[in-house]
Ligand binder design. Sequence first.
Ligand code: AMP
Ligand code: MG
Length: 488
Amino acid sequence: MTAAAESTVTFHSRFARELPELAVPWQAEEAPGPEILVLNEQLAAGLGLDPQYLRSPDGVRLLVGNSVPAGASPVAQAYAGHQFGGYSPLLGDGRALLLGEVTDRTGRLMDIHLKGSGRTPFARAGDGRAVVGPMLREYLVSEAMHAMGIPTTRSLAVVATGRQVRREGMQPGAVLARVARSHLRVGSFQYARATEDMDLLKRLADHAISRHYPQAAEAPNPCLALFASVVAAQAGLVVRWMLAGFVHGVMNTDNMTVSGETIDYGPCAFLDAFNPAAVYSSIDVEGRYAYANQPVIAEWNLARLAEALLPLIDEDEEKAVASAVEVLGGFREQYSRAWTGGMKTKLGLAAENISDDAVSGVIDDAVAILKDGPVDYTLFFRNLGKAARGDMRPVRGMVRDAAGLDAWAGRWLALQPDAELMDSVNPAYIPRNHLVEEALAAGTEGDVAPLRRLLEAVTDPFTERAGLERYMEAAPEEFGSYTTFCGT
Ligand code: AMP
Ligand code: MG
């Protein structure tokens, strides 16, 4: 078979056209020897991109931004953002480009974005590059998140550039091609607001409404409805992170989307032993983005979005603030309702005749058992599924206080948990930190076989398969205090 000669997909440049003030036309730097390390053929096909074409020399060049498809006009996006609480008025894509948008097979407009494609006018002191390890991490974790049903940017490919990049020592360079409903961030609105160009701010809001929340256009106050939609989307997103034991690691406002997709996987990790204070990022010394802080930080970030939107919500600032505060006030309630619902399902108790009130004690006490730890968060729930089928041994073997667990389980089992339901939401396979490190280390050395095997496990997370036992096991003890570095 011969590879298709060119991409048959039509690229659009709607963001660049509608919001030129936020889009700097730019070109990727030349990759001296691009080679695909991993290609998401299923995702490619869903976008109408022929995987065979993407593997051809021209296709590989497209994936690093060196061949610009017809209709695409690559841009670096401008945005601002609060990083660890401090405001930076100008961040923007320092090492990334929005190649353009394509319409996927389901009719949705999707961004195709390249990370590690060279310095842009927003690069500041950065080299504009990315290296293989962190790009493979983003690929792996984002695809695992997607497989668990958690809204996220997707990963299309990681291409090694053939260039050595200086980090701590030299590392092989790479470009990640990713796909998202959009790359609009809270920081995009902060940037637009700071320009004091109300027409720009309005166009940005209209763009976001049209792409993500078209029903908001019909509301009496579309911008307030946009804000309410983002609040709901983020409450729904962060609760899914919490239920999955995911720690994003760098929830700056420039890393929070308006669409409600998880974005920018840097120093992220899944909990091994349950610990509300878990922090994995080496630079998060104060634990601002610790596991248990994530809902509060999301709410804080949403307040920054509200501030940016105020002039569009009402001309009278006091009224605008009152409306925004009221909407943001709904975050906690939405979050706790979703938490209770999610935990109920994780415990197999979603039956409609079991009220939230009836199970809240059982949920709280399950969390108390986890806190009494050390208990591997993911395995605990998976093993509870076995307990629901009558085998208490696996979960009993995990806890410090077996008698306490038995007493709790008596109350829980009396509610007749549905083991199948539990297995459909409690993953057997997640990108466990020790497995991720193993796959990234091999990938950096040019061996992507461990990555592929791990991907196979985590992209079908709920079905236990023979031969994948080691992917379910908790981290070896010597892997105790895991840290990821922001030198991405
Ligand atoms: P992040 O924390 O990865 O979301 O990045 C924060 C900001 O730093 C964004 O504006 C990035 O584009 C920029 N940045 C990160 N790494 C680099 C790099 N190596 N070169 C240029 N800009 C970078
Ligand atoms: Mg970012």
